[in-house]
Design a protein. Structure first.
Length: 163
């Protein structure tokens, strides 16, 4: 197993996906700020004292959205690339790009089924704020872009190894 290829491919595709995911996170904080603050207020027990206001916590969340999404994208990218490498010969598609798209479609179906079975638990791993249904189509598109990039970089890093 070519670990260097897996780490490089997963990291590069994950960074790009993380940036896209981070943009959606920031948009979520911008458009749903009041709902997020209310959700935070309702999730913290009344006997717990926090030295920051909910508005300050929301601002911290917004500021850390893109860096956190990039780190999460790298981790998820490496994991998905490992799965991609293991399943490469079994995936449908003529080339790596199509195989990457097919894998991400399979993962999206799995995430969707997981969301139906356990709402709010499964999708948080790969998709941002899935409870805000209007942003889900953007996340699906970004995840498909990730699948395409995964296949593309998998080819590129494999070609460099062969030279």
């Amino acid at each position: 197993m070519d670990w260097g290829r897996i780490f490089k491919t997963g990291a590069v595709a994950g960074v790009i996906y993380g940036i896209l995911q981070g943009i959606v996170s920031v948009l979520t904080f911008v458009f749903y700020r009041e709902q997020i603050i209310e959700l935070m207020r309702s999730s913290i027990p009344s006997n717990v004292e926090i030295p920051l206001s909910m508005e300050q916590l929301a601002d911290i969340g917004m500021i850390s959205a893109i860096p956190g999404s990039i780190i999460g994208g790298i981790i998820a990218g490496i994991i998905v690339c490992f799965i991609f490498t293991l399943m490469y010969n079994e995936l449908l598609g003529k080339d790596s790009k199509r195989k990457g798209l097919f894998l991400c479609i399979l993962l999206l179906i799995g995430i969707g089924l997981g969301e139906l079975a356990y709402p709010g638990v499964i999708g948080g791993i790969f998709m941002v704020q899935t409870r805000y249904i209007m942003l889900t189509p953007l996340n699906v598109v970004f995840f498909l872009v990730f699948g395409y990039l995964l296949g593309n970089f998998y080819n590129k890093f494999g070609q460099k190894e062969r030279r």
